[in-house]
Design a protein around this ligand. Structure first.
Ligand SMILES: Cc1ncc(COP(=O)(O)O)c(C=O)c1O
Length: 413
């Protein structure tokens, strides 16, 4: 292998190389992606794929979107790091633009979803502390939820498999079943600093919160002077057909975390909060070297400019509905449920289906479609929001072919 030029390396050669030098927690598919255009990506052997996962719900504008290329080329030739010791235009403008499109008045920029949740949890505790509520530090989250892998975000992610071997976890976290008002009511008390919830659980299997549940969370938080935090890392930035998923229910939180799609593929996380709550983050309380990175923020501005253009979000809703109905049709023999909102869609495999979600994902990849698993047995679609009707139809056709191939020769993993 070492005798080969880089150009001669196959996907599998690259895979072997990566496995030697990556830490073993990173297990990529044996596929080296070299370039992308729109919703299509190309591997090192020249094969083309429809990207219907978008780097895990990130590439909202697809690949090499002309507007992103234009603004990033401009920005990278001018200035791409300052730290927030100084001002930079894109960061200030992005905060001003976010203020126009969501409930929050103040924004802190970071680099990822986990970091945004870390900031949100710290802000909630610090807010209660500034109110003289020193013991009000408890964070309540929801079973099957996912908030990230740093210690605070992980403590709020009540999935034992992610905690194993990492004890001791930070204190002051507990969880209840998603959508269960009685359980939540039994746990919220004077010590509750915040309720932390995804309006739709992404990693947990595309579980939509039951209608009225977010309102119940809001009510209980108000009753106990706790804060409400929405984790919109996966559901934000147009993914569900509104800018934020909370808009579907008309319930506003006190704090929001965003990441993934916000900068269309550049690393960017955001903590947004009401001005009253944000006051708790005084100088020195929280920060990050890359906070407000001009390149990421410039990308964020381009993303917001495009997803807020007239008709854009309506098209996301329409495409999402079409995707759901088509998946129900082509997967009627193997899917027990197809659910989601906008272009965040999950298709759950029947327990007795002769294949698992992972098998469908692997088979689809062989046939030229990139999708992913969510939860224990759900096939997840989170394509770029700019996906064309033709590419979406092609994605469904390949899914159908993958299911047929697996029905003929079951390989259940
Ligand atoms: C809802 C939610 N919150 C937080 C995270 C963590 O984000 P990141 O991987 O950028 O740290 C994820 C990632 O999947 C997520 O889906």
């Amino acid at each position: 292998m070492s005798m080969k030029n880089k150009e001669q390396l196959s996907n599998l050669d690259w895979f072997d190389r990566a496995r030697e030098v990556y830490t073993p927690n990173v297990v990529p598919a044996p596929l080296l992606l070299e370039r992308g255009q729109g919703t299509r990506v190309y591997d090192s052997e020249g094969r083309e794929y429809i990207d219907a996962i978008g780097g895990i719900a990130v590439s909202v504008l697809g690949h090499a979107h002309p507007r992103l290329v234009e603004v990033l080329t401009d920005q990278i030739s001018k200035l791409f790091h300052t730290s927030n010791l100084f001002l930079n235009g894109p960061a200030v403008e992005l905060a001003l633009t976010l203020k126009e499109v969501c409930f929050a008045d103040r924004f802190f920029f970071c680099n990822s979803g986990a970091e945004a949740n870390e900031g949100a949890i710290k802000l909630a505790r610090r807010y209660q502390w500034t109110q003289g509520q020193k013991s009000k530090h408890h964070i309540i989250s929801f079973n099957k939820g996912f908030h990230g892998r740093t210690y605070g975000a992980l403590a709020a992610t009540p999935q034992p498999k992610y905690h194993e071997g990492f004890a001791p976890m930070p204190e002051g976290f507990s969880s209840v079943d998603y959508g269960n008002v009685e359980e939540l009511r039994a746990v919220v008390n004077e010590d509750t600093a915040a309720i932390l919830i995804e309006p739709i659980q992404g990693e947990g299997g595309i579980n939509i919160s039951p209608t009225g549940f977010l309102a119940e969370c809001r009510k209980l938080a108000n009753e106990y002077q706790a804060l409400l935090i929405f984790d919109e890392v996966q559901t934000g930035c147009g993914r569900t057909g509104n800018i934020f998923a909370y808009e579907h229910e008309g319930v506003e939180p006190d704090i929001i975390s965003m990441a993934k799609g916000i900068a269309g593929g550049l690393p960017l996380g955001v903590v947004g909060a009401t001005s009253v709550v944000a006051e708790a983050f005084q100088p020195g309380t929280h920060n990050s070297t890359y906070s407000g990175n001009p390149l990421s923020c410039r990308a964020g501005l381009a993303v917001l400019e495009i997803i807020t253009a007239p008709g854009f979000l309506a098209s996301v809703q329409k495409k999402g509905q079409w995707l759901q109905s088509e998946l129900k049709r082509v997967g009627q023999d193997v899917f027990s449920d197809v659910r989601g909102r906008g272009l965040l869609v999950g298709a759950e495999l029947r327990p007795d289906a002769p294949m698992n979600a992972a098998d469908v994902v692997a088979q689809a990849r062989q046939l030229g479609l990139l999708i992913h698993v969510a939860g224990s047995n759900v096939v997840r679609f989170a394509p770029p929001l700019i996906i064309s009707d033709d590419d979406l139809a092609q994605a469904v056709a390949i899914t159908s072919q993958a299911i047929s191939a697996l029905m003929k020769s079951p390989v259940r993993t």
